[in-house]
Design a protein. Structure first.
Length: 686
């Protein structure tokens, strides 16, 4: 089989295999922790050896974590390949896997192809080792006088220098271990899921590990990588070697991290490496207030593993661009799902006993009553991560198996607050800006829940925002805070409804009014009156298209002659997923599709689709864009509205005018290879 034919071979099992010249590329599609996956990898490598494919690269781009057995497999295969003049290399490991290869020493046997990895320059041959005190002085952590004082105390008390420096508060344990690791050429690690094999951790009993303050990480070819805060504790290493029948390879970690990681690993509260991989350590809760606790669940919620789990889930959701986090219990498991680009993806299934502590922790962060588990609760959490503040709206709902929690992620940095960036077609954008330039009138944005209506309104407000204008909003709730604009929040519990606030807003000398949603007749009538008395009013309606907005307003009881004078335009919209750039591929449209959509005059029509990859959760899509339809009210439309028309009459009129509908705008995006016909059909039919 030649190389061209081999590239077209379908994937087999869990390993994707391709050839490029004399090199065979193997790409595991999941974590290398299950026996079946490792067996597939071993079989695939062996099949290559049988065919004299001796130059193999294992692409780890889709691998979040691996275990000791996988590392042993790599080393075994490298030894076999070297005997026949071949080689094994690994490529594209994530930051955690790079560290695993380093701390276990496997990178000395197997080259790691990763341009992003920083290579440390080796010490010069014959270079004299630096003294620990000199390293700390060079780092600016100590003064020479402090080093001399520590040496004198060391000679007088017989204690180790590290204990003296830490006890005096001159350096932290981590700073000391960094310097010690530099002196001894031993890496300092931050213990986290993925940096240890749970099966290897259990090679030591928990009581023994806690007593010795050490933690086994990986065991490869009889060598046990052991996290310790004292790399010179020979009696400890002797005991571990006797216990595990393996030779110890020490790496450095703080005592606190070791004990926390041991508890997490043995108690079953360790976090998912898939969830935590490659996240930054810049997570901070803003304005948190703690409540007194009264039950075991709440004590557990105050523990570090639960805090880390909650923080990591939120940070990963922000990192992945999720709009919502769903935490829901079932009969046997807790499930955590992210809504990304409008669809839910399962990212983690913690044990059921962790669900109640998770909910309690979130309630503490939202300043809610953790003792109330029978009634729904709503709250707000603000966190700081990735260098920016992110708001979370908390909502809990008691169910059959416990409370379901949904967190709405309000990330202003991800919001599109510029009309030029809404992705509108040029003709639609020109119409929208023309409507916004009108001094008065009613503009409605329509679409189902989650179609981006609020985003369009905020972008419009930003476009209109000026120190010379008084802009007032009525929202439920306020999602993004915008400078200069006067924003007001509906509080139905005390009778502060859309209609009541709108009445008072009209006395505040507004130029532009934004009503978050028109839900009932009173609000609709006041909005129309405001538009007729010299104000520009923007609002939303939950209808399927622009025609539905007119019929809905008439059904609410708005007089047709008032609506015809007030309404200047309707924007209908939907959100469609865009193709993932990492796995996007093109193909020729089949003849039946060309005939169905009348593309015959376009010649060979080339469309695009996504194959699915780790970047897009194997969906083929990443990100979303809006498709629009613009109904601009003219004199003919006004006369039609006065006659209280039916939906069919309005649709016929728009067809005669040749207005481009939602599906037409979606087809243009399909031809531009931005999305797929299936996605447009799914979104527009909602």
């Amino acid at each position: 089989m030649n190389a061209a034919e081999d590239k077209r071979r379908p994937e087999a099992g869990r390993i994707l295999r391709t050839r490029a010249g004399a090199t065979t590329y193997l790409a595991p599609r999941e974590a290398l922790t299950e026996e079946e996956t490792l067996a597939d990898l071993r079989t695939t490598i062996q099949a290559g050896l049988d065919a004299w494919e001796t130059r193999i690269v294992i692409d780890l781009a889709a691998v979040a974590t691996l275990n000791s057995a996988a590392l042993e497999l790599f080393v075994d295969m490298q030894e076999r390949l070297l005997r026949v003049g071949g080689s094994l290399k690994v490529a594209h490991p994530n930051s955690t896997l790079r560290e695993v290869f380093e701390v276990t020493g496997v990178d000395r046997h197997i080259p790691v192809l990763d341009p992003a990895a920083e290579t440390a320059s080796p010490p010069e041959p014959g270079a004299k080792p630096k003294r620990l005190g000199d390293i700390l002085v060079e780092k600016g952590l100590l003064k020479p006088a402090q080093v001399e004082e520590a040496i004198q105390l060391q000679n007088h008390l017989g204690r180790r220098m590290g204990h003296i420096l830490i006890d005096k508060g001159w350096v932290t344990e981590k700073q000391f271990l960094q310097a010690l690791g530099e002196q001894l050429s031993i890496p300092l690690v931050r213990l986290r899921p993925g940096l240890y094999d749970p099966d290897t951790v259990r090679e030591l009993d928990k009581e023994v590990a806690v007593r010795l303050k050490v933690m086994p990480l990986f065991k490869v070819k009889g060598i046990l990588t052991l996290a310790t805060s004292d790399p010179q504790a020979i009696p400890t290493f002797d005991e571990v070697e006797e216990y595990t029948k393996a030779r110890v390879r020490p790496v450095l970690a703080t005592r606190e991290e070791i004990l926390k990681a041991i508890n997490s690993a043995f108690d079953g509260t360790e976090l998912s490496p898939d969830l935590l991989n490659d996240l930054d350590d810049d997570f901070q809760i803003v304005e948190e207030t703690r409540h007194d606790d009264y039950a075991t669940i709440d004590e557990m919620a105050a523990g570090s593993p639960i805090i880390n789990l909650v923080n990591s889930v939120i940070q990963r959701a922000v990192h992945d661009g999720a709009s919502d986090i769903h935490i829901e219990p079932s009969r046997t498991r807790c499930r955590i799902r992210f809504r990304i680009d409008g669809l839910l993806y399962e990212v983690m299934t913690p044990k059921l006993e962790l669900h109640a502590p998770l909910v309690s922790r979130l309630k503490v962060m939202a300043n809610l009553d953790i003792a109330e588990r029978r009634l729904p609760q709503d709250g707000r959490i603000q966190v700081h991560t990735h260098g920016r503040a992110v708001d979370l709206r908390f909502s809990s709902l008691p169910g059959l198996f416990g409370e379901k929690v949904v967190l709405r992620v309000l990330d202003k940095n991800q919001a599109i607050l510029d009309v030029d960036k809404l992705g509108m077609a040029e003709s639609n954008l020109a119409t929208f800006k023309r409507l916004l330039s009108r001094p008065n009138g009613l503009i409605l944005v329509t679409g189902p829940t989650g179609s981006g209506k609020t985003t369009s309104l905020y972008a419009a407000l930003n476009h209109l925002n000026s120190i010379e204008k008084n802009i007032v909003t009525i929202e439920d709730p306020v999602e993004y805070q915008v400078e200069i604009i006067n924003q007001n929040e509906v509080k139905a519990g005390i009778g502060l409804t859309f209609a009541r606030i709108l009445k008072h807003v009209l006395r505040q000398d507004p130029d532009i009014i934004m009503v978050g949603e028109i839900r009932e007749r009173e609000t609709a009538e006041i909005a129309v009156q405001a538009a007729l008395t010299g104000h520009l009013v923007l609002s939303t309606l939950h209808t399927n298209d622009s025609v539905g907005a007119i019929t809905r307003m008439l059904e609410m009881g708005v007089e047709p002659y008032l609506l015809s004078s007030a309404l200047i335009g309707v924007v209908g919209q939907r959100l469609v997923r865009t193709l993932c750039p990492a796995c996007k591929t093109t193909y020729l449209a089949p003849p039946e599709m060309i005939e169905r959509y009348h593309w015959q005059d376009r010649g060979n029509v080339r469309l695009a689709k996504g194959r699915g990859c780790p970047e897009c959760y194997d969906s083929g899509y990443k990100g979303r864009m809006a498709v629009h339809e613009m109904l601009e009210t003219d004199s003919d439309m006004q006369r039609l509205i006065i006659g209280n028309p039916s939906r069919d009459q309005l649709s016929d009129y728009l067809a005669q005018k040749g207005m481009k509908l939602l599906f037409d705008d979606g087809l243009d995006r399909v031809l531009a290879q931005q999305t797929t016909l299936e996605e447009v059909t799914r979104a527009v039919s909602l």
